[in-house]
Design a binder for this molecule. Structure first.
Ligand code: BES
Ligand code: MN
Ligand code: ZN
Length: 512
């Protein structure tokens, strides 16, 4: 659904031909201060910008929007000043996020109306800052209108679907040599938009078969190798986790394996993403409220797909394999029962005491299978536990790993990539809670405390011996239920894509 690609130029803000021109304003001690990139505009307005902003009540608070008609003094008829917060809050990483958010909220506010072209003259003083502005703008332009039958102004559309007439974007940069910044921003935005669309799609339309077909479409256009195991192949192949979770649904499960190969690569990374296209809980049925967001339970698999698409574009020198175990978790006459014993790929048995702890079952198959790829590093991403939201809130992913240093390193990579993540332990003493009276392990513990960590400990049992592995719980970050902010809309967010791409890049460059 991405329309016109983004342009990055060094042209001056005053003569930028666009319907709206976005500039930055920081929060100074004595009021709003026009940010670098706004000098031209200030000059065009006779150096009245600070006074005008102040008179209009602007403070420079992060994401605050102030509109100023230019009355012919600049090529763009409308100037939109967006707050960047305090000038020196935190380091470079905070500055990049501030730029992404500001660009995102300004573009989002102008989207869906009459504005057909937007230029951004935010303080983009180097390639990284230019990339941040570009990415924020592309993500802020996103909206999911597939199911709307009226335009945002309320008029009914002739063909039954609202148009996706989104404005063109031009980023004005202070520096030359931003081709790579543009390429990265576009690749990351395209991948995150793919994930948002997949997550937002009605689960009546996105189920394992159609999700796998979508993966095949992406693989085809990106040049990735793809292998799809259908329900019969999964049963024959001994994938008891995916088979067990999927058997209650009229939509049979799938396992998708994607591969990106670089001829110069010496290392292989495996990504595995939870792909539950709808999680009703199964026979351990969820209450209605808890089910409302459960179309997002494939956010991990979508993130792996998106990351592989971006990686195929950016071409880091590493091999990457992606596993997307897909199932719909439904109750019904064929559904697995609490107390059923299943056999995961590789032979370990699991007593399924709670059919709502299904993500760990499909991931167990994928993790065990990944031994065949002899990976140097395995990362799984999953909307795995409500306990992640209890522990870290809705925006911060929990990162657990085969050792605490790796958990810290992967969290750091995520933050470097602009995502919020925090390292979490896998305390051995919680493992005994998963002891089963009949099988090798149970899928839930009797104790409810530390649920995110217990889920991590369960997954650890299926990680190939000696492998470096990290588990990222994105139950909260994958789906945004509050009001849109910065470059994050309501609904699917695209969480974990940037982290995964950065992991691949860092492994390629020998940093991870
Ligand atoms: N998909 C859910 C986890 C979830 C909850 C994701 C809220 C996003 C928002 C997962 O399959 C689940 O149901 N987990 C259970 C595990 C429990 C039965 C041990 C949970 O967290 O309640
Ligand atoms: Mn569940
Ligand atoms: Zn789930």
């Amino acid at each position: 659904m991405t329309t016109n690609p983004l342009r990055i130029t060094q042209e001056d803000a005053r003569s930028a031909a666009a319907d709206a021109l976005i500039i930055g304003v920081t929060q100074g001690t004595d009021g709003p201060v026009p940010a670098p990139g706004a000098e031209d505009i200030d000059a065009a307005l006779g150096n009245t910008l600070a006074a005008t902003l102040s008179a209009l009540g602007a403070t420079g608070n992060q994401d605050e929007l102030t509109k100023i008609p230019s009355a012919g003094r600049t090529a763009a008829p409308l100037i939109v000043a967006v707050g960047l917060g305090k000038e020196d809050q935190g380091g470079e990483r905070a500055r990049l996020e501030s730029l992404r958010r500001a660009a995102g909220s300004a573009v989002r506010a102008l989207n869906g109306g009459k504005t057909q072209s937007i230029a951004l003259s935010l303080p983009a003083g180097d390639a990284a800052q230019t990339e941040a502005v570009a990415l924020g703008a592309l993500l802020g332009r996103y909206s999911f209108t597939r199911y709307r039958t009226t335009e945002s102004n309320g008029t009914r559309t002739s063909n039954g679907t609202a148009s996706t007439n989104s404005p063109s974007l031009t980023v004005l940069s202070a520096v030359a040599g931003t081709d790579n910044a543009a390429r990265r921003a576009q690749a990351l935005a395209d991948a995150m938009i793919l994930v948002r669309d997949l997550v937002n799609t009605s689960p009546s339309q996105l189920y394992p078969e159609t999700f796998a077909a979508e993966a095949a479409r992406v693989a085809d256009s990106a040049g990735l190798t793809i292998e799809i195991l259908d329900d019969q192949a999964l049963a024959d192949g001994g994938y008891g986790g995916i088979t067990g979770v999927g058997q209650g649904s009229v939509h049979p499960p799938r396992l998708v394996r994607l591969a990106y190969q670089h001829p110069g690569a010496s290392k292989t990374v495996v990504f595995a993403g939870k792909g539950i296209t709808f999680d009703s809980g199964g026979l351990s049925l969820k209450p209605p409220k808890a089910m409302e967001a459960m179309k997002s339970d494939m956010g991990g698999a979508a993130a792996v797909l998106g990351a592989l698409q971006a990686i195929a574009t950016l071409k880091p020198e590493v091999n990457v394999v992606g596993y997307l175990p897909m199932a719909e978790n439904m109750p019904g006459g064929r559904a697995q029962r609490p107390s059923d014993v299943i056999t995961i790929f590789g032979g370990k048995t699991v007593e399924v005491l709670n059919t709502d702890a299904e993500g760990r079952l499909v991931l167990a198959d994928a993790l065990a299978r990944s031994a065949q790829d002899t990976p140097d590093l395995i990362i799984d991403v999953a909307t795995l536990t409500g306990a992640q939201l209890i522990a870290l809130g809705p925006r911060i992913a929990g990162v657990m790993a085969s050792d605490d240093e790796l958990a810290s390193a992967v969290s750091e990579v995520a933050r470097q990539a602009g995502e919020q993540a925090w390292p979490m332990p896998l305390p051995e003493e919680l493992r005994k809670g998963l002891d089963s009276t009949v099988a090798d392990i149970a899928n839930v513990a009797g104790e409810r405390f530390g649920g995110m960590l217990v889920a991590g400990l369960f997954l650890k049992e299926f990680v190939p011996d000696g492998a470096r592995w990290a588990h990222v719980d994105i139950a909260g970050p994958a789906f945004h239920e509050g009001e849109a902010y910065g470059y994050t809309p309501k609904g699917g967010t695209g969480a974990a894509v940037r982290m995964l791409v950065q992991v691949a890049t860092d492994v390629a460059d020998g940093r991870l």
